[in-house]
Design a protein around this ligand. Structure first.
Ligand code: R5P
Length: 287
């Protein structure tokens, strides 16, 4: 068995290699002068089960994954597993209006060509797994996020919308605290509205948990709402920290006390590691 990490997920691949006690294959990679990607696998991986780890965000990382998959296939690996810590385009999982693509399906079909299975973390909606022509599984980062939050004296977990309710509930069960949710309406990519709702947040330490923080609009509105209800400290936590544009500034000016993300997208707020939950998958399913 070998692990190969794409440039977006080198650290996760190394962590996974330690968790599973499986070597990371030696590779060389570069960008040609015109920016096209090149990779060469130096180890003999023929007849091996190879796990490729690569987040498919931003776009160049998709091409890199497809090329890595081809290199592994051409090297005659026995079995290929693709771990996609953050599966980009998952939110366009249906045609919201005529003429639109189902981008999640388009990505799944491409990635599904050279793999025996796909494993991803907290996809926006589970049904996107059915878009893959091969078997596809999801892992939840919530237990690891909850573990991280456990020593932060959290009184309540809040879901910013109904879609995030189950994740918030799971985390609250691990932390052993209350949970609640808010009702959000998305007006456009940048604007959201939160229905006024009475929250029992006075003097409480609250953690808001969502799958993605992109523009930070959802979290910023939720923080403001909580602060209005007298919350003492508000932490925001997510699996996938995209932090697009001025998201961080938005969160801080809304009064956020701490920002937590996992390392599905590596960045300064990647305080929670996902390799342990991915290793559980491989220990349970393929050994
Ligand atoms: C949407 O339903 C997702 O779960 C997130 O709430 C959303 O992607 C967050 O986006 P933003 O940070 O731009 O509000």
């Amino acid at each position: 068995m070998y692990i190969i990490g794409g440039t977006a997920s080198k650290k996760v691949a190394e962590d996974l290699s330690k968790e599973l006690n499986v070597p990371v294959a030696n590779t060389i990679s570069k960008r040609f002068p015109d920016d096209e990607f090149y990779v060469r696998i130096l180890d003999d991986i023929s007849k091996e089960h190879v796990i490729i780890v690569q987040t498919t965000y931003p776009d160049p990382n998709i091409i890199e994954l497809l090329i890595l998959q081809n290199a592994v296939k051409e090297s005659k690996a026995k079995e290929i597993s693709v771990v996609i810590p953050y599966f980009g385009y998952a939110r366009q999982d249906t045609k919201f209006q005529d003429g639109e693509p189902i981008s999640a399906k388009a990505m799944a079909k491409l990635i599904g060509i050279n793999t025996d299975r796909v494993i991803t973390v907290d996809p926006h909606k589970e049904h996107i797994l059915d878009f893959f022509p091969t078997s596809a599984f999801s892992c939840s980062a919530i237990p690891e996020i909850a573990k991280y939050l456990k020593n932060k004296n959290i009184d309540m977990i809040l879901a910013p919308d109904k879609g995030a309710l189950n994740r918030a509930k799971n985390a609250s069960e691990i932390i052993k605290c209350d949970f609640d949710y808010m009702e959000k309406t998305r007006i456009d990519g940048e604007t959201i509205e939160i229905k006024p709702k009475k929250l029992n947040a006075k003097n409480k330490n609250v953690a808001i948990i969502d799958d993605i923080i992109s523009t930070g609009g959802t979290m910023a509105k939720s923080i403001q709402h909580l602060k209005k209800h007298g919350a003492k400290n508000v932490i925001v936590a997510c699996t996938h920290g995209l932090f697009a544009g001025n998201a961080i500034k938005k969160l801080k000016s809304a009064g956020c006390n701490e920002i937590i993300s996992t390392d599905t997208i590596q960045g300064p707020y990647s305080k929670v590691h996902i390799a342990p939950i991915i290793s559980l998958f491989f220990n349970n399913y393929t050994r």
